[in-house]
Design a protein around this ligand. Structure first.
Ligand code: TRP
Length: 374
């Protein structure tokens, strides 16, 4: 697939992603030093994912920070499509969202799109319900503030969502949906309507409280098209456009030019993998930027840019900048071997997952606490 055929939408990510081009084509703004300073001014620190450009772009972030400064607080909105196990790419954006919630002390509306996954996947309604409950445990394990976090399950909260969804849907044409997602006449009619359901939580708190409240949506950039469409509609209905923060896609084990995805049948590291599963997956599949032989590696050094283990540390699992720099230097110079880098990465992932899995054990009783009450 050539440079030109990059596809990035919620239902298909293909080709090597050129983020510079994506910023232009989607009409995003870069997260730059100026905006990082502004965030730091409010919360006193900058999350590693911001410092390292993993959260790389935004829409209207300046506006939402200005409003915050004026005392007009925003709420957060993100979500999960429940059709299989949670992988580390999902965890990455959710843990970042938790950081935002803690730092800005805000409400979070978390959507479970059981309708979407039923419409798009070859799974029964019952199977989707099972995944919804399973995935909820992982979301709870992230540690969101139970007093300020509200789960929305599309089919369960349909009564309050549907009136808003139809207002949104009435202002979106089939041709817009076709062009944005590459749909054809053979797509089922539910999938055509679905964008309006994903739009609703961005305005639902405003509807419920009877006043406009700014909304910030952290997401993987593939989800942006839903909100690009919805942002055009909201002002027509008298609401603010939500602000958005975009994350780069999480690299697949087999190479940084593919994305980690459960739907493409590739090997994923899930939130509930055992230590030995993580070890085997990294050792067996994680693409190495090292040389073919130890002698060559010692002499010429490895390439961290394309090394999946190093990239996992950079994306998420190594918070300490100094440590990351040291690893990069030693790997490049040949002092550190691929085996050593993998061993360290396995240790970091397993330490992280052990804590996540421990919290998950106690999550079941908390579900009702997190559910949005209406
Ligand atoms: N559609 C998303 C998925 O398949 C889930 C989702 C719903 C979401 N609302 C969201 C993701 C808002 C980011 C932001 O995973």
């Amino acid at each position: 697939m050539g440079e030109k055929e990059m596809i990035v939408n919620p239902y298909n990510v293909e080709g090597k992603i050129n983020y510079e081009r994506l910023v232009k084509e989607f009409g995003l703004e870069r997260i730059d030093d100026k905006i990082l300073k502004k965030i730091k001014k409010h919360v006193g620190e900058i999350h590693p994912m911001l410092r390292r450009g993993i959260m790389f772009a935004h829409r209207d972030l300046n506006w939402i920070l200005d409003e915050y400064e004026k005392g007009n607080k925003f709420f957060l909105y993100t979500g999960c499509g429940p059709s299989g196990p949670i992988h580390i790419g999902h965890l990455q954006i959710w843990y970042f969202t938790k950081w935002l919630q803690d730092k800005f002390d805000c409400e979070l509306y978390f959507q479970f799109t059981d309708d979407e996954k039923f419409l798009y996947k070859n799974l029964s309604y019952e199977e989707i319900q099972k995944w919804t409950e399973e995935n909820m445990l992982d979301v709870i394990a992230v540690g969101f503030n139970p007093k300020k976090t509200h789960f929305i399950v599309d089919t369960k909260h349909a009564g309050i969502m549907y009136p808003e969804a139809i207002k949104i849907a009435k202002k979106i044409t089939f041709s817009t949906i076709k062009a944005s997602f590459g749909f054809t006449d053979s797509n089922n009619i539910g999938s055509i309507f679905y964008t309006s359901m994903q739009a609703v939580p961005a305005i639902l708190p405003s509807v419920l409280k009877g006043k406009n409240i700014p909304c910030l949506i952290p997401l993987g950039v593939d989800q942006d098209p839903h909100f690009r469409i919805a942002r055009d509609v909201f002002p027509k209905l008298g609401f603010y456009k939500p602000a958005i923060m975009h994350k780069v896609m999480f690299p697949s084990l087999t190479g940084i030019n593919n994305v980690m995805s459960s739907s493409k049948g590739s090997v994923i590291i899930t939130a509930n993998d055992s230590p030995s599963e993580v070890k085997n997956k990294i050792n067996k599949y994680a693409f190495s930027g090292g040389r073919d032989t130890v002698e060559e590696h010692r002499k010429l050094g490895g390439n961290p840019e394309i090394d999946v283990s190093f990239q996992y540390l950079k994306h998420f699992f190594e918070e300490d900048d100094e440590k990351l720099k040291e690893i990069e230097k030693n790997y490049k110079s040949g002092k550190m071997l691929t085996g050593e880098l993998k061993k360290y990465t396995i240790k970091k992932i397993n330490e992280f997952l052990a804590k996540h899995q421990e919290r998950r054990k106690h999550a079941k009783n908390l579900i009702s606490q997190y559910m949005l009450k209406v």
